[in-house]
Design a binder for this molecule. Structure first.
Ligand code: TYM
Length: 313
């Protein structure tokens, strides 16, 4: 039996190159060796999104992006979280096992509080929904960017707490974080993130990508644009880049234009494929995916309900 691989992305906007290099590319590189699942975390997105039209559009975008990037729905179960009610049900059970101080240590919650913003209860308990996403399917490996490391630790903790209380039921999953792409920097050198407004869109038009690249912050005192190079390395072997950066020392505009061309070379064919993927295709993929996901989740939940004592069968 193959081991289980699972990862997910929130439907909170269009994907950026950090999502691709941090999560989807590592997923795709090994997905054939595993029993693989790819999820749209729409209920996680609800912690920050209150616009139903945007939610629907984002779900479509994320699945189209998965398909355009080469995820094969006959080999990988593609599904959305909200279609499998067992996720929220299991999250509730985990919420009853972990403490408030434990959840207060979660980065996403702490960051919000540190900024003086009010976190909703969904954001507070977010790690337990993610634990449920992972543990329901006996996941062995979760490819993610470095920012999700703590969440996988929380999932292990939830598994341990449940196993200790009710008997061994859940596997403890491992994160897969590729060192070289653990944190893709954004146009300002900080982690690329929708919430920082420093992203390069994965499937933006060439003009949108060019405008994001031209906006990369460069250090005017040096002649080596580190932020440009850090992104460029993703699209071109560093060995080939060094001579280019040597030859064009201090010529930031030229180097940014070279980066735009290199992004375009890699993204354009996938963008072209993406134009042929329809909303109807997405619905079909999700309808088929959910049947496979739900069968496994339901079987697992039956055991869980028996273990906690709510099932009278
Ligand atoms: P999300 O939607 O914020 O991001 C999706 C994936 O992209 C990675 N990522 C990055 N990697 C490297 N550098 C970056 N700048 C960068 N920005 C984003 C993230 O690490 C992530 O792997 N909680 C998750 C979604 C989720 C999930 C799950 C993931 C819900 N349930 C179960 C795995 C398994 C999240 O918010 O990711």
């Amino acid at each position: 039996m193959k081991k289980r691989l699972l990862t997910g992305i929130q439907s909170s906007g269009t994907l950026h190159i950090g999502n691709y290099f941090g999560a989807i590319k590592p997923f795709l590189e090994i997905s054939e060796d595993y029993d693989s699942m790819l999820m749209v975390a729409d209920y996680h997105a609800l912690t920050s999104l209150r616009d139903p039209a945007a939610m629907r559009a984002n779900i479509m975008h994320v699945v189209k992006d998965y398909l355009a990037l080469g995820v094969n729905p006959s080999q990988v179960v593609i599904f959305k979280q909200s279609d499998v009610p067992a996720h929220t049900e299991l999250a509730w059970i985990f919420n009853c096992l972990v403490t408030v101080p434990f959840l207060q240590q979660a980065h996403a919650y702490k960051d919000k509080v540190a900024k003086g913003l009010e976190a909703n209860a969904g954001l507070f308990t977010y790690p337990m929904l993610m634990a449920a996403d992972i543990l329901l399917y006996d996941t062995d490996v979760v490819p993610v960017g470095a920012d999700q490391k703590q969440h996988i630790e929380y999932a292990r903790e939830a598994a341990m707490k449940f196993n200790n209380a009710f008997g061994t039921t859940f596997k403890e999953p491992q994160e897969l974080i590729m060192e070289s792409i653990a944190t893709i920097p954004g146009t300002d050198g900080k982690k690329m993130s929708k919430s920082y407004g420093n992203t390069i869109p994965l499937f933006g038009t060439k003009d949108e990508i060019a405008s994001a690249v031209m906006g990369i912050v460069t250090d005017s005192t040096g002649d080596f644009p580190h932020h440009v190079h850090a992104i460029h390395k993703l699209f071109q072997a560093d060995g080939d880049l060094i001579p280019l950066y040597e030859e064009h020392k201090g010529k930031y505009k030229h180097l940014k234009e070279a980066l735009i061309e290199d992004i375009e070379r890699i993204i354009a064919p996938m963008r072209e494929i993406r134009t042929h993927i329809t909303d109807a295709d997405v619905k079909t993929v999700l309808e088929e995916g959910v049947l496979r996901a739900r069968a496994q989740a339901d079987a697992k939940m039956q055991v869980v309900r028996e273990r906690v004592g709510v099932s009278l069968a």
